[in-house]
Design a binder for this molecule. Structure first.
Ligand code: LLP
Length: 431
């Protein structure tokens, strides 16, 4: 009930397709995306800003799930794109993503990354630190080009989320701190720079955040700083990028608001601040990753070994684990799942879903109510579309699973399953 998928004759459906047929056709573990849901999530943000008549860029944070097909869908939906590495930028170029809508992030950008961004004339570089300023300055000079940049600041806000995905707090590796004058120093270097155009400010306070008040607090901090810069230098920002981090539902414990509400709240806050300062309304940019891809993806696994410890626990092992979904092991993230070929059967027991990696911490779900389970049943885990495939790894030399896009009853393989040849591809002999 907590997830946006239907059930047909006991089988879980996605994108108009039967998950059991997909598992048979492509094997498991298998990532499957409902493409119409990706589009719906994109439109929730884009349409809201349009409805409010606010100039905006909704940049998909491609770290959540980047592949050529995914970026093509995002391009079709007219979003912009946030990349944080040469690999993500390369993927965007392969997907023929409009370069003027690509933004480059990163707290330790390499010379190659910045060079690539400048060579391809991407839309904007988000300057994260003094090292970035020097690098961008040097390389722009070399290329004899100008570039739009945003300055990333750290407002000093603790967002209510896992410590590993907090980014707006004072003690963060990201951005120029507002509180200790770092941001002001950086501003002085960038303002009126001959070929770096400071379009505005950026801040991202963290990820999987449900309360709009944290985003509003961030806006307060940004505008307090802007007020200072305006007074001293007459600076007026053209863009305000408030980052991503909009929370989604993993389990019934999560109660996210609608995506459009996040956009509305930000728009309202920026409007009020701009009015108070009597400056023109800046463009609002956001960078949702999880909220675009997360709930649109599921992972299918085949159930194998079951181990009963009487009075303690029933373990049910599947053919994937922390190699395709690192989040439970890394953040104690919780997920919901269902036996996809018995999707409307009433539960008869509670089991814990174990991965097959050689690691006790490789548990995907603790205490999941399920019906009677047989060897070979298919388990579907929900909301794995963000930071699942993108954080997949090769522990125990598992090949990475395939990715399927499902839309209007048509399935398409968009990332092929790795083979064992792929696994040893870069190994060289020592004989
Ligand atoms: N913008 C910036 C500057 C970011 O650092 C991030 C995420 C985003 C946007 C997108 O945030 P989202 O809308 O997806 O929450 N691997 C972690 C999440 C790390 C997020 C890192 N930055 C996880 O699996 O929860």
């Amino acid at each position: 009930d907590n997830h946006p998928f239907s059930v047909d004759q006991g089988h879980l459906m996605i994108g108009g397709l039967n998950t059991i047929d997909l598992a048979k056709k492509y094997g498991t573990p298998l990532y499957v995306y409902d493409v119409s849901l990706i589009r719906k999530n994109c439109r929730a943000f884009v349409n809201t800003f349009e409805r409010l008549d606010i100039k905006a860029q909704v940049a998909y944070a491609s770290k959540a799930f980047s592949s050529i097909a995914m970026l093509q869908v995002v391009k079709q939906e007219n979003l912009s794109l946030d990349v944080v590495s040469e690999g993500e930028l390369y993927t965007a170029l392969q997907a023929d993503f409009p370069v003027e809508r690509i933004h480059l992030h990163g707290n330790n950008k390499s010379m190659n990354e910045v060079n690539m961004a400048i060579e391809h004339d991407i839309g904007c570089i988000v300057i994260d630190n003094f090292h970035d300023i020097a690098l961008v300055d040097t390389l722009l000079k070399k290329h004899d080009k100008q570039m739009d940049v945003l300055m990333r600041v750290t407002p000093g806000i603790e967002s209510k989320t896992h410590q590993y995905i907090m980014t707006g707090n004072e003690d963060s590796k990201f951005g120029f701190n507002l509180r200790n004058g770092q941001a002001y120093k950086a501003f002085q270097l960038l303002h009126n720079h001959p070929f770096i155009r400071l379009k505005g400010l950026h801040c991202h306070i963290g990820s999987q955040i449900f309360e709009t008040d944290r985003f509003l607090m961030a806006a307060d901090h940004l505008f307090a700083e802007i007020a200072k810069w305006r007074e001293l230098y007459g600076y007026i920002p053209e863009v305000l990028n408030l980052g991503g981090g909009f929370g989604i539902r993993y389990t019934e414990e999560d109660n996210p608001i609608q995506l459009s509400r996040y956009a509305e709240a930000l728009a309202e806050a920026v409007k009020q601040h701009a009015a108070k300062l009597s400056i023109p309304l800046p463009e609002i940019w956001i960078e949702p990753g999880r909220s675009i891809a997360g709930n649109a993806g599921i992972t299918l696994y085949t159930v194998g070994a079951m181990k009963q410890i009487p009075g303690v626990r029933q373990y049910l092992s599947v053919d994937g684990g922390l190699t395709d979904n690192l989040r439970p092991a890394l953040y104690q993230a919780k997920y919901d799942g269902v036996i996809a070929n018995k999707a409307d059967f009433p539960p008869t027991q509670t089991v814990s879903i174990a991965g097959k990696c050689c690691e006790s911490g490789d548990m995907l779900i603790w205490d999941l109510p399920v019906p009677d389970v047989d060897d070979g049943d298919i388990l579907a885990v929900f909301s794995t579309g963000a930071y699942g495939y993108s954080m997949a790894n090769h522990y125990n030399r598992f090949p990475n699973p395939a990715v399927i896009f499902a839309e209007d009853g048509i399935d398409k393989l968009v990332v092929a399953r790795e083979t064992y040849q792929d696994v040893v591809k870069h190994d060289l002999s020592y004989e």
